[in-house]
Design a protein around this ligand. Structure first.
Ligand SMILES: Cc1cc2nc3c(=O)[nH]c(=O)nc-3n(C[C@H](O)[C@H](O)[C@H](O)COP(=O)(O)OP(=O)(O)OC[C@H]3O[C@@H](n4cnc5c(N)ncnc54)[C@H](O)[C@@H]3O)c2cc1C
Length: 312
């Protein structure tokens, strides 16, 4: 029986593994379906992790040493996808397709979330070269420049507001004339002088050249297309939370989840089920930053150590 099973090997999972093993737990295994490192390994540059400021270093370079550090303290890694976690009596059982099930006293869920793409022509081609899904991560690269935001929900408008403090102008493109965001957020955005709302409009295509995005083609309600010359577009059309592991055979979640699919946790990263924790981008109110995911992982692991000591 494992002391702790960690599912997901991004910043949250790796940090949970480091703290759990260094804190004295003996049998800690991190299950990662791909290579450890998580989403940040897709990033061409990371500038906002405190203590790591090396111009031109990619997310992959950044995560390389994390694994080495964790494994040095005894974290075990299995390159496997966990299909489901079940509570059985006092412990948990992990189902891994084609393999024997694994029992664990505690589980830390760290499977992250994936930003949705809008499905616009040019979006995939220029992803990371002018197309972004994270204002906090990439907004600074467009300091004093004009950018566009695609979306009309809370995240889109809040991120547009964030960008308006860095960029010279922010165009928000939304397909309806009303916004799904909270009225107070809409009001704040409408009052910001360097945000222009372009409603009843869709993005037809993101265009660019070998340097990256150079503009976007916008279709208005009458079907006319015009080009907005911007070097960056931020797409905020929602996130898919990787929460399927927490579904039972009837399709019901084993712990409390909110309407966006995020796992509800308290400040200790504890879910509504004893011994089950969730850390990083998959939890409610996650800031979706590496530094925050790492902090969550550490918090969850420290709680697991106390929980196991109390049970002994
Ligand atoms: C292009 C890009 C640029 C970014 N730039 C920055 C930045 O500059 N600064 C910053 O702070 N943040 C940045 N972020 C955000 C940052 O990467 C995330 O906030 C962070 O990685 C979240 O960590 P996590 O551990 O919660 O989840 P993730 O990093 O998503 O890791 C989850 C891991 O779980 C694994 N997994 C999922 N399901 C299963 C399963 N069933 N079984 C086993 N394994 C599973 C996945 O393979 C993945 O490796 C960026 C993100 C992207 C995509």
């Amino acid at each position: 029986m494992l002391d702790c099973a960690i599912i997901g090997g991004g910043p949250a999972g790796l940090t949970a593994g480091l703290y759990a093993t260094r804190g004295g737990l003996k049998d800690v295994v991190m299950f990662e379906k791909g290579m450890p490192g998580g989403q940040i390994t897709q990033s061409s540059e990371i500038e906002n992790y405190p203590g790591f400021y090396q111009h031109g270093k990619t997310g992959m370079d950044f995560m390389d040493t994390w694994q080495e550090q964790c494994f040095a303290f005894g974290l075990k890694h299995r390159m496997e996808e966990v299909a489901a976690v079940r509570r059985e009596g006092e412990h948990f059982v992990l189902d891994i397709p084609g393999k024997e099930s694994i029992s664990a006293k505690t589980v830390i869920m760290c499977t992250g979330s994936t930003p949705k793409r809008a499905g616009v022509k040019g979006e995939n081609e220029f992803f990371g070269k002018g197309v972004s899904t994270c204002a906090t991560c990439d907004g600074f690269f467009y300091r004093n420049k004009e950018v566009a935001v695609l979306g009309g929900g809370d995240t889109a408008l809040e991120e547009a507001y964030y960008l308006s403090n860095i960029c010279s102008k922010v165009y928000v493109i939304h397909r309806r004339d009303t916004f799904r965001a909270a009225p107070s957020t809409v009001d704040r955005v409408q009052r910001k002088e360097n945000i222009e709302l372009i409603t009843n409009a869709t993005v037809e295509e993101i265009v660019g050249d070998k340097t990256g995005v150079t503009g976007i083609d916008i279709r208005d309600a009458a079907g006319n297309i015009s080009r907005l010359e911007v070097p960056g577009i931020f797409v905020f059309v929602g996130h898919n939370v990787n929460n399927s592991v927490l579904k039972d055979s009837a399709g019901n979640f084993i712990c409390d989840i909110n309407e966006q699919g995020q796992v509800i946790v308290d400040l200790n990263m504890h879910t509504s089920i004893e011994g089950l924790y969730a850390a990083g981008d998959m939890r409610i109110n996650a800031p979706k930053q590496v530094v925050c995911a790492a902090g969550d992982g550490a918090t969850a692991a420290l709680q697991v150590i106390s929980y196991i000591q109390e049970q002994a």
